[in-house]
Design a protein around this ligand. Structure first.
Ligand code: PLP
Length: 456
């Protein structure tokens, strides 16, 4: 595809990027300063050179309804005129109340109390604070241990990195929070308890922890029902029910981190709905506003709300909050997103497209360096391996996931390289059959090019 020449203004901005911008989660030394996205519509973005690129990762698995939606933009701008900002400190605003009501109706089981924040990491922190506070409020002051899982990703606040299941993202910031323990991920492709024949040994590690630490020490377990950044891992159907059982038997709160999966990504409103399990807290962000505004929420049971607010303290019973919590234009975006999801039955559409999507992604299996493909709804992970028979992984120095993502970019498709040689794909829910076919063709061509590069 021909690229248009850059005008002087664009050249100036690219230079400003190189001189002054520090990019998150980016290897600055290897960063290509010519890579700049300037616009988006539907499933496509346009870069500074005028190339149209299929965003098969929906921003950061967040632009779930695609770019350029005038319905959502209109709701945000209308709210900006009426009330651009308003805190919830000791007062309310109508959209926060309406959104809380709709989220309580949508959330599974008895999760009906909503604490808003700005981004996913804050929703995580709120849940960890609440877990400790809940047990303290109930007089169980020893229950402080927070349990997380290998490969779990829970954001970048100090709470989040303390729960981080990928050592490379945690170790540089150590020491992190005390009283954190880790158990295995439900990852049968690389499991220390089974290989492909799941025996729920990973879930039973929680029971082992109860035996070594004592149930009276463990406050909560945080878990993504489908792991995202840790490699797109879909657990065995019996896994979450088993976790719930162990939590119930030992009075451990179960926190479902649905920041990536919430609002339809897996073909159900929430990924945990596939299992029928009801968590004690549900964390959402990203899909809540489909990326049009920053907003997150920690949705908890009435039991947690009542226990914490029953504390006899002189000030607020839960003394935390931030300037932009429940930001009114962000609530307007979320309400518009819920309207679209419901009116167009987009969650049903994701479920209906799941097979076709998985088929297109699985086409890469023809290339010898692909070890495993995992998919549910409209999210998938491709795991590259050095040896398919032994499952020997590539090492970090091979940079296989980044190399594959680069080959996709050259073919005008955006995917996301993760750790451990895995690449994630998560297109907008409005992707068409033709766009899926284009994506599949590009993935196969990029996998072949990656294999050839590695063989050189
Ligand atoms: N939890 C999960 C499962 C996520 O996928 C993410 C972000 O990718 C977060 C937490 C952190 O959210 P944020 O980046 O909005 O802070």
């Amino acid at each position: 595809m021909s690229v248009r020449p850059r005008d002087p203004d664009q050249v100036r901005l690219l230079e400003a990027d190189e001189a002054n911008l520090w990019h998150p989660f980016t290897r600055q030394k290897a960063y290509d300063p010519g890579r700049m996205i300037i616009a988006g519509d539907g499933c496509w973005v346009t870069d500074v050179d005028g190339r149209r690129i299929l965003d098969a990762f929906s921003g950061l698995w967040s632009i779930n309804l695609g770019y350029g939606r005038s319905d959502i933009v209109a709701a945000i701008t209308a709210q900006l005129q009426v009330l651009p900002a308003s805190s919830l400190f000791g007062q309310g605003h109508p959209l926060a109340a309406e959104l809380a009501e709709r989220l309580a109706r949508r959330a599974p089981g008895n999760l009906d109390r909503v604490f808003f924040s700005v981004q996913g990491s804050q929703a995580v922190d709120t849940s960890l604070k609440l877990a400790r506070l809940y047990w303290r409020a109930r007089g169980r002051v020893g229950k402080t241990i927070l349990v997380t899982r290998d490969r779990g990703y829970h954001g970048t606040s100090f709470g989040g990195i303390s729960m981080q299941g990928m050592p490379a993202l945690r170790l540089p910031f150590e020491p992190t929070l005390p009283d954190v323990r880790r158990i295995a991920a439900p990852f049968s492709y690389r499991c220390r308890h089974c290989q492909d024949q799941c025996n729920l040994g990973c879930a039973d590690e929680l029971e082992g922890l109860v035996q070594t630490e004592g149930a009276d020490r463990i406050a909560a377990l945080i878990a993504e029902p489908v792991l995202g950044s840790g490699g797109v891992i879909v657990p065995h159907p019996d896994y979450l029910p088993r976790l719930r059982e162990i939590c119930d038997a030992n009075e451990i709160l179960l926190i479902a981190d649905e920041i990536m999966t919430g609002f339809g990504r897996t073909g159900r409103w929430f990924a945990i709905d596939h299992s029928g399990v009801v968590p004690d807290m549900l964390l959402v962000a990203k899909g809540l506003t489909a990326g049009y505004m920053p907003l997150a929420a920690t949705i908890v049971t009435d039991d947690i709300f009542r226990a914490v607010t029953a504390q006899d303290v002189p000030g607020p019973e839960f003394a935390t909050g931030n300037t932009w919590d429940a930001h009114p234009p962000a609530c307007a975006a979320a309400l518009a997103v819920l309207d679209v999801l419901e009116r167009d039955d987009l969650v049903g559409r994701v479920a209906g497209m799941a097979e076709r999507f998985a088929h297109e992604v699985r086409r890469v299996e023809e290339v010898g360096i692909v070890g495993d493909v995992r998919a549910i709804g409209l999210v998938a992970g491709i795991e590259f391996v050095r040896d398919r028979a032994t499952r020997e992984p590539f090492g970090p120095a091979d940079g296989v996931a980044a190399l594959f993502a680069e080959h996709c970019w050259r073919r005008r498709v955006i995917v996301r390289p993760l750790a451990n040689g895995v690449v994630a794909i998560a297109p907008p829910f409005v992707i068409s059959e033709d766009e899926l076919a284009f994506m599949g063709d590009s993935l196969v061509a990029a996998a072949r090019a990656t294999r050839d590069d590695l063989a050189r």
